[in-house]
Design a binder for this molecule. Structure first.
Ligand code: SAM
Ligand code: DTB
Ligand code: SF4
Length: 356
């Protein structure tokens, strides 16, 4: 068993990019209370642990994707019941972004089921980005592989974050995806960083990978040239018709360990408790927040699958005394946020306290 060192010397480690697999596995092997204590210490050293960043997702182009990602309901080759659509109009995207802002989201992420955007798509997506940004929201997009030129064009339009996941460990990747390589993902991330955008990069657990392979995903993320600014940790949403439907479910405590180790390896990153929340209990989500998760997707839909109802998330925030993180740079605020806003949550907490 690894040696258990006392706090606080783990609370604020320097950012490292040279994690060894054995070191990450040693963290996985820690007793659960020790691991959570360390992760919570790192979380507090860099963030207010009562604040959770809130992003909303919109699928701006759904389904019909030529790739074969084994988890994905949007791959054309699997029969999942997802209907392929064309790229949404900018007007419709802006209407959705306004709704998300009114509900209290600070970041709006636009996803497209593309292997990579065509050059003719870029001006259309750029128009969406410009208008969403003008609402005062942080902008994020996930459109597949990007060339260097495309990354610069999106940056020029005002894109703050680009989401592109490593998805899993390099040695497990070939069992899940065959239509593009791990290196292709690293190249896109390099183009995104080169264009000066922030990276949102994480992966999926519960795909039948081993603990060693979960450690390999976290090790690969932490050893990127720069830690991703946001690290989405997705728990596989099993969709009938995809090759991964029916995979044995991951032990929930192993999921919490994965979050805790992401927090320890990437102390300054936003660790997002991402897909898979709909089927998690409130207690499991609370453990994830204790383990250092400080971001969620908010709103009743992810891209094609469900997410918790907004009422359930508002109640969870109120019960746990959590508040949504505000955007530091507010460009335009012409509508008072409602929904998951700090005031609503505080009102709910006060009401609870009054009732007690
Ligand atoms: N097509 C683009 C791409 O693959 O880069 C962008 C959209 S893709 C849906 C974004 C990410 O969603 C994937 O990299 C994967 O990590 C995640 N994802 C997709 N289906 C999922 C599922 N069933 N469960 C959990 N995460 C999923
Ligand atoms: C990420 O890591 N998770 C989000 C976002 N980035 C784009 C997507 C989750 C998708 C879950 C399956 C679906 O709704 O289609
Ligand atoms: Fe296509 Fe992205 Fe789904 Fe892979 S994850 S099938 S690239 S939409």
């Amino acid at each position: 068993m690894p040696v258990v060192s006392p706090l606080p010397d783990h609370a604020s480690p320097a950012l490292r990019h040279d994690w060894g697999r054995d070191e990450v596995l040693a963290l996985f092997a820690l007793p659960f209370p020790e691991l959570l204590h360390r992760a919570a210490g790192v979380h507090r050293a860099h963030f207010d642990p009562t604040e959770v960043q809130v992003s909303t997702l919109l699928s701006v182009k759904t389904g019909g994707c030529p790739e074969d990602c084994g988890y994905c309901p949007q791959a054309a080759r699997y029969h999942t019941g997802v209907e392929a659509t064309k790229l949404m109009s900018t007007e419709d995207v802006v209407a959705k972004a306004k709704q998300a802002r009114a509900a209290g989201a600070s970041r709006f992420c636009m996803g497209a089921a593309w292997r990579s955007p065509k050059d003719r798509d870029i001006p259309k997506v750029a128009a969406m980005i410009r208008e969403v940004k003008a609402l005062g929201l942080e902008t994020c997009a996930t459109l597949g592989m990007l060339s260097d030129t495309q990354a610069h064009a999106l940056k020029d339009a005002g894109l703050d974050y680009y989401n592109h996941n490593l998805d899993t460990a390099p040695e497990f990747y070939g069992e899940i995806i065959h239509t593009r390589e791990y290196q292709d993902r690293l190249d896109t991330l390099s183009h995104v960083r080169g264009a000066g955008m922030k990276t949102c990069c994480g992966g999926i657990v519960g795909m039948g990978e081993s603990r060693e392979q979960r450690a390999g995903l976290l090790q690969s993320l932490a050893n990127l040239p720069a830690h991703p600014d946001s690290v989405p940790i997705n728990r596989l949403v099993q969709v009938a018709g995809t090759p991964l439907a029916g995979t044995k479910e991951l032990d929930p405590f192993e999921f919490v360990r994965t979050i805790a180790i992401a927090r320890i390896l990437m102390p300054k990153s936003m660790v997002r408790l991402s897909a898979g929340r709909e089927t998690m209990s409130d207690e499991l989500q609370a453990l994830c927040f204790l383990a250092g998760a400080n971001s969620i997707f908010y709103g009743e839909k992810l891209l094609t699958t469900g997410n918790p109802d907004t009422e359930r998330d508002q109640a969870l925030f109120a019960r746990l005394g959590l508040k949504p993180m505000q955007i530091v740079e507010q460009h335009a605020v012409d509508a008072a946020p409602a929904g998951l806003c700090g005031d609503t949550v505080h009102a709910a907490i006060t009401a609870d306290a009054d009732a007690a």
